[in-house]
Design a protein around this ligand. Structure first.
Ligand SMILES: NC(=O)c1ccc[n+]([C@@H]2O[C@H](COP(=O)([O-])OP(=O)(O)OC[C@H]3O[C@@H](n4cnc5c(N)ncnc54)[C@H](OP(=O)(O)O)[C@@H]3O)[C@@H](O)[C@H]2O)c1
Length: 309
């Protein structure tokens, strides 16, 4: 496993992050096994959100920590807030009171006294940076949150927030996989008239590199918006052929290669995996044991059906 330095205290966190969005499907003993397996394989950071199964993911994580004292204090705990599941519909809310309320509820559910990292989950077009700043200052002063970050934001949104915040934005969590590459497509097609040239995210990779913001890739195994897993999918025969070839060249599985594709991007990168299967956690942890060559990286990009100008 490899580690990066995260936030003001330069905490060492693993490049592979265990995402816990899907743990509500597991019973608590299986969750404990998953967490133990992650630790044994060098993964020391978990990612949650208050909205995952309406708080059930956080509650289950909290119960498992309580019942398994050996797991307590071993993980860097990150959660997210701002997706508000209302009675009639879901919307986004970065108002001060709502952020404060969400963090209190997350801490209570997880039975912990602080979050190592809090991300604002999805941009609220009605957000007011001064209000977010007030909320962050209170959370910092109260010791409830150590580091702050965002998710699914473009460079201008981060810049706007940063102007008001007293804390640095440490991370931006965005969708990125071999089969979801708008951020890369735009880099290859600058000034072209095709659709790949459309910059949908405002140069977020370059911006995060300049500002030393960690980029956390989510859904590293999926194509589309939760449409399915590309590994083993008959929608991607060429990609699977290349994944298998590179996997056998490096003595790992295609899962590790898919994660290595994301980690090869020269940002401070992390890959947030969402598996609930311990064998896949072990496979994923091998993604740092080798480095894709440039040729292999481009071969994967092209095998997913992309073209270069
Ligand atoms: N910031 C955001 O907006 C946002 C959005 C979505 C997710 N996230 C975070 O990102 C994490 C990961 O998201 P995700 O769960 O969509 O990621 P993912 O790792 O791409 O997908 C996990 C799903 O794919 C299956 N899978 C994984 N590897 C596989 C393989 N090699 N072959 C077949 N199936 C495989 C898993 O099944 P098994 O469980 O059976 O392995 C699981 O159902 C979440 O837990 C959450 O923390 C953040």
């Amino acid at each position: 496993m490899e580690y990066i330095e995260f936030g003001k205290h330069k905490t060492k966190v693993s490049k592979v992050v265990l995402g816990l969005m899907r743990i509500p499907s597991l019973d608590n003993s299986k969750i404990a096994e998953l967490l133990e397996c992650a630790l044994e394989n060098g993964i020391n950071i978990v990612d949650l959100a208050d909205c995952y199964s309406k708080g059930v993911a956080e509650s289950k994580f909290g119960e498992v920590l309580k019942d398994n004292p050996s797991l307590k204090d071993k993980f860097f705990i990150q959660s997210k807030c701002g997706i508000r599941i209302g009675e009639k519909f879901t919307y986004y809310d970065f108002s001060k009171d709502y952020i404060l309320k969400c963090v209190d509820a997350s801490l209570k559910r997880m039975q912990v006294d602080h979050l190592d990292s809090l991300l604002l989950h999805r941009p609220d077009a009605l957000m007011e940076a001064d209000e977010v700043a007030e909320a962050f200052n209170i959370l910092k002063e109260q010791g409830k949150v150590i580091n702050f970050g965002v998710s699914n934001m473009n460079s201008q949104q981060i810049e706007y927030l940063s102007c008001a915040l007293d804390q640095e934005i440490c991370a931006n969590q965005v969708q990125l996989s071999i089969c979801h590459t708008p951020m890369l497509d735009a880099q290859f097609n600058v000034n072209m008239s095709n659709n790949r040239a459309i910059m949908r995210e405002g140069g977020i990779l370059e911006y995060c590199k300049m500002k030393k913001i960690v980029v956390q890739a989510w859904s590293v195994m999926q194509y589309g918006f939760f449409e399915g897993v590309f590994i083993g999918s008959d929608k991607y025969p060429k990609l699977n052929e290349v994944l298998n070839k590179i996997a056998s060249e490096n003595g790992v599985t295609p899962t590790a290669v898919a994660i290595a594709f994301v980690l090869r991007i020269p940002n401070q990168m992390q890959a947030v995996i969402g598996t609930t299967n311990i064998n896949r956690v072990i496979e994923s942890s091998k993604a740092c044991d080798f480095k894709l060559t440039k040729e292999q990286w481009y071969e994967l990009y092209l095998a997913a059906g992309n073209i270069l100008p």
